[in-house]
Design a protein around this ligand. Structure first.
Ligand code: OAD
Length: 263
């Protein structure tokens, strides 16, 4: 996260007008929206992929080779994230999505903080309206490596040895985190919904993503190709910056509050 980045009020005003005038909006979030909750991003300073190799920890080959090591890393992330709370950016987005028609929220994050924010701010509104399409799965779900078992799971995982790792209650095979690993396909139903929303969107609002990992990173491009516009929120420039009608160069916590709630 970069500190001390200030927002240009005129740029915020331009972005607000674009959002207010749009009948359909796709929001795509990435790890940056959770940075202010204390969760490390993947790339950039302090990013997870700076200290770890994805091929050692986030591929099905790595899991087959050493499930204990992979579970240890996911257990560490679960513990870290279980202590984190949604930040003002998640809450602004949830509150706004609940009362605005035509908003589809898509996230690459596996931390469950959009859903937690929706439940926090629901206040009589239907919280499900602010639940995101989780393109890369969830750290707080498991699935079986053999059968179709899949379930929510927030328990701490003991990764001290192979025998202690979580096993399937139906077929006893090893369970794995229900996240998408490198080289794996995304859920086609979710991906389809996300692309349909991207193509129908008059505006794509990209928040806290480096937009380097496809197919998620193709969603803003799908909106642009269909004639829509792009608004970006990110303290650093990305591959989307030059394509954006407005690029708000600031952290998402304060920016989303001002942009979506006017506060
Ligand atoms: P990245 O780590 O690639 O990018 C995070 C982005 O957040 C960067 O562009 C930062 O500049 C920005 N950022 C940092 N602090 C911010 C703040 N306070 N407010 C707003 N933005 C901030 O994360 P993703 O784009 O989400 O995939 O990465 C995409 C995918 O790559 C992840 O879902 C994960 C990873 O490998 C899988 O695990 C399948």
């Amino acid at each position: 996260m970069r500190h001390g980045v200030t927002l240009d009020p005129q740029e915020i005003a331009r972005a607000r007008i674009l959002l207010e005038d749009a009948r359909s909006i796709l929001v795509l979030t990435g790890a940056g929206i959770s940075a202010e909750s204390g969760i490390p991003t993947f790339r950039g300073k302090g990013g997870l992929w700076r200290n770890h190799k994805p091929e050692d920890l986030a591929t099905s080959e790595a899991f087959r080779r050493d499930p204990r090591l992979v579970w240890e890393w996911y257990a560490w992330r679960r513990e870290l994230i279980a202590r984190c709370r949604p930040n003002p950016g998640h809450r602004a987005l949830a509150g706004w999505a609940m009362v605005s028609a035509g908003v589809t929220l898509v996230t690459q994050n596996v931390d469950g903080l959009h859903e937690a924010a929706a439940l926090d701010v629901a206040d009589g509104h239907e919280s499900e309206r602010a639940f995101p399409i989780e393109l890369h799965g969830s750290l707080f779900r498991v699935r079986c490596t053999r059968c179709t078992y899949r379930a929510p799971d927030r328990k701490m995982v003991d990764a001290s040895g192979h025998a202690a790792l979580p096993h399937c209650p139906q077929c006893s095979a090893l369970l794995r985190p229900d996240v998408v690993w490198f080289g794996e396909s995304l859920d086609t139903v979710l991906l389809d919904r996300a692309f349909r929303a991207a193509e129908a969107a008059e505006i794509c609002l990209g928040v806290g993503t480096s937009a380097l990992v496809h197919p998620a990173a193709s969603l803003p491009l799908a909106t642009l190709r269909a004639g829509g516009k792009l608004v970006e929120v990110n303290p650093d420039p990305t591959v989307l910056t030059t394509l954006a009608t407005v690029s708000l160069r600031a952290n998402s916590g304060e920016t989303l509050q001002r942009l979506l709630l006017g506060s």
